[in-house]
Design a protein around this ligand. Sequence first.
Ligand code: HEC
Ligand code: HEC
Ligand code: HEC
Length: 87
Amino acid sequence: MGCHSDMGGQLAKNRHQNLSCEVCHGPMAVHSGDPKKENASVPKDDLFCLHCHEKSAARPAFMPQIVLADHGGEKCRDCHAPHAPKS
Ligand code: HEC
Ligand code: HEC
Ligand code: HEC
């Protein structure tokens, strides 16, 4: 957050605010120790969104869930910004 306050600022205003950076970006300890190393790996596919958002009876009701076949059919990020996901 000290280095990426712009990202934190965006996140703080929306429902992804309680996710840690590493839940999406993967382990970043080496990078935060030396920013020249292991530059932020940005998730490219939709699977990492679906791991949390695909409709499942096992998920708690507060969790926003979608049925993929009924939802868009394009890349999640064409419509939702990861740091500010409200479409
Ligand atoms: C919900 C998953 C998610 C969370 C949580 C998240 N990010 Fe991201 N972040 C992404 C994705 C996906 C991208 C790529 C965005 C794009 O290209 O449009 C990204 C992009 C970035 C980038 C730009 C990287 C580049 O090469 O352009 C930085 C820096 C960043 N995030 C930092 C953070 C920090 C710091 C936090 C925690 C405060 C955080 N992110 C939390 C998913 C997430
Ligand atoms: C680690 C789990 C996790 C990942 C990965 C994740 N989300 Fe979320 N997302 C959540 C949770 C939890 C909430 C709701 C939090 C709450 O209401 O307290 C949420 C909320 C949302 C919302 C509702 C926003 C609103 O304001 O109503 C959308 C849309 C969304 N996420 C889209 C995405 C997309 C697109 C991706 C991939 C770029 C993604 N999420 C990745 C956990 C995740
Ligand atoms: C064509 C545009 C579009 C695409 C592509 C898209 N969405 Fe959405 N999504 C929306 C709209 C519009 C809404 C309703 C408004 C909102 O909640 O942001 C929505 C709502 C959601 C919600 C909230 C559902 C709820 O009940 O609160 C989640 C979660 C979500 N999308 C996840 C995803 C994921 C994951 C992907 C990729 C597999 C994706 N979306 C692709 C447009 C899109």
